[in-house]
Ligand binder design. Structure first.
Ligand SMILES: Nc1nc2c(ncn2[C@@H]2O[C@H](COP(=O)(O)OP(=O)(O)OP(=O)(O)O)[C@@H](O)[C@H]2O)c(=O)[nH]1
Ligand SMILES: [Mg+2]
Length: 392
């Protein structure tokens, strides 16, 4: 699982990355601070089922803090993209190859309007433009990959098949390619691919294959509400989250230093150290108020992508349906994100192909009931897979 953080320069991509991963990276108030990508781990957070079952979990593939299960996902923060990047402007767009395997993209925009699309200081700049340029440049990056195979495509008698092999590294499914071809009115058995087809198709394919969440960042600065509304109008309420990466990062740093206790999931801030300098105390009380009134929006970004946009549920595979343990006695060891509508068989396949091959049936450990292979799972289900492939 991978999320790519993209956007124009100086919008707060690295600040957001650092706030999500607690990895220290270079952050500065000028464009192109980041050149080499930053890679780290963020977490999808969800109430753990151990509370409702009155057991204490011992997680293996995830963590559990104060009853919140934290499921790791990889995130990458890359250099800023500018208009014309596909023609080599700024840092170009070749570095986007690092996000080829992303499940989704976060486009960071500056809701304060204090930076232009090149990341230079500005007043009242339009963040909608920030986002539109980035979507176009990402589409042009996909088009660039396809263009390198133009002669292969124009010789091909099956655009779908050829496209599938060209885009193999981009985590794009055959169904998504098919839908994008239909949307731009290109027949999959067409021969003779034109350059104009490539750009149209790349835009449609990006829309089909990579959910895009807009992070309306710097929401702590004055006068941002209008920009946030404009972004929501343009890209849809569900696809925009107002956030303050800077406040989230400052809170996480204060926690690391033992000054506060901060729970990013609930937004609760507890001051642990007295006698702080006045300026620090003021900053803390401002940030606490901000978190209480609005929330920093940062954790919400990862949760919105995986739990809503990608429509995943969280299920817990176990080997002992009575104790909810694996073979070593770990209670609720794994929390697995799987697409809503997935069956018990799909879960077995997500765990191990051999387990899926020999699968006989599953057991719903909460209800202590046998469930068929084809039965769709529910969020929070605890499931034992019974398979001939694994001795009990
Ligand atoms: N007020 C405010 N400032 C922020 C916020 N997020 C980032 N900044 C500031 O914006 C500037 C740019 O932040 P970076 O994280 O380096 O931005 P970037 O998008 O990674 O920039 P490049 O790597 O140059 O493309 C820094 O001065 C940050 O402190 C925020 O939520 N609020
Ligand atoms: Mg950066």
């Amino acid at each position: 699982m991978l999320v790519g953080i993209v956007g124009a320069p100086n919008k707060g991509k690295s600040t957001l990355f650092s706030a999500l991963t607690s990895v220290d990276v270079q952050i500065a108030d000028y464009p192109f601070t980041t050149i080499k990508p930053n890679i780290g781990v963020a977490y999808v957070t969800k109430k753990c089922v151990d509370g409702e079952l009155h057991v204490k979990c011992s997680p293996k593939n995830s963590m559990c803090v104060d009853g919140t299960r934290m499921i790791p996902v990889k995130i990458i923060d890359v250099a800023g993209l500018v208009e014309g990047a596909h023609e080599g402007k700024g840092m170009g767009n070749q570095f986007l190859n690092d996000i080829s395997a992303a499940d989704a993209l976060v486009i960071v925009a500056d809701a304060s309007g204090n930076t232009d699309t090149n990341g230079n200081p500005c007043q009242g700049c339009d963040p909608v433009k920030d986002v539109e340029i980035i979507i176009n440049e990402v589409a042009m990056w996909i088009a660039g990959i396809i263009k390198r195979h133009t002669s292969e495509l124009s010789r091909s008698k099956n655009a779908l098949e050829t496209m599938e092999s060209i885009l193999a590294g981009l985590r794009i499914s055959k169904g998504q390619i098919e839908k994008a071809l239909i949307k731009c009115g290109i027949s999959d058995t067409k021969s003779g691919w034109r350059e104009s087809d490539t750009e149209k198709f790349s835009k449609a394919l990006l829309k089909e294959s990579k959910p895009i969440l807009v992070a309306a960042n710097k929401a702590d600065l004055p006068g941002t509400q209008r920009s946030i509304d404009l972004l929501k109008n343009k890209f849809g309420e569900a696809n925009v989250i107002a956030c303050s990466a800077a406040i989230e990062l400052a809170l996480r740093k204060a926690e690391k230093q033992g000054i506060i206790e901060y729970n990013p999931s609930s937004g609760s801030v507890k001051v642990m150290k007295g006698g702080l300098p006045k300026a620090q105390e003021d900053a803390l009380s401002y940030m606490t108020r901000f978190v209480k009134e609005k929330g920093t929006g940062v954790q919400q970004i990862i949760n919105r992508i995986y739990l809503q946009m990608l429509d995943n549920i969280v299920v817990y595979p176990v080997e002992d349906e009575n104790k909810y343990t694996d073979h070593s006695g770990n209670v609720l060891p794994d929390a697995i994100m799987i697409k809503k509508g997935s069956t018990a068989q799909d879960l077995a396949a997500a765990i191990h192909t051999e387990l899926a091959k020999g699968m006989l049936y599953a057991v719903d450990a909460k209800k202590k009931m046998r469930i068929a292979k084809e039965q769709a799972l529910n969020d929070g289900d605890i499931v034992k897979i019974v398979s001939s492939a694994r001795p009990k």
